[in-house]
Design a protein around this ligand. Sequence first.
Ligand SMILES: [Zn+2]
Length: 217
Amino acid sequence: MANKKISKIVLLGPQGSGKSTQGQVITDYLGIESLAAGDILRSAIQQKTELGNKIASFVNNGEMIPDNLMISLILDELKKTVYKKGFLIDGFPRTIYQASNLDQHYLLDLVINIDIPDELAIQRIVGRRICPNGHVYHIEHHPSGLDSRCEICHQPIHFREDDREDLVRKRLSYYRQETSKLLAYYQQQNKLAVIDGSGSIADVSALIINYLKEHAG
Ligand SMILES: [Zn+2]
């Protein structure tokens, strides 16, 4: 993979791994566009297109989006000119079927897996506090200087029910189950880079940038 331009990336990592922050670092560094599957789903639902309404019914019933629907959504998005220089996809693929479909249309250069131990993920997520405007704090690592209010907008900060430890454990175990096959699939293709996500944001960014420097021309 040495001396080759890296422009088509899939980013993996459990909740709490700092994945979206690092995704931003990667796209800025490489000058490529990021594609978050969750955002694509949300915007399709908001636009109330035929496809969007279909997706909404799955989401509202707590059902998985069928593979083929997810694939056509992502492939349609990737046709846009903003992705001509390259892309980093977050939240897709989730299954081997999705991954092999993506492979039929795009030759991925790299799959980055930012990994952290479950206990660290839990500690990071359970300690999180958030204001109504989405500013995020952590009781240990990043407490608000105004105690129970947001430093930026002065709104009260609170614990999200979704961040409860039992729910986080459930999501993590589901995530591990889901991604283990995917990791093996990309490992076999020799495209997988595993990055230790347990350090600070700056430490993890440095690990990733070093990796990209070593492997890109
Ligand atoms: Zn705020």
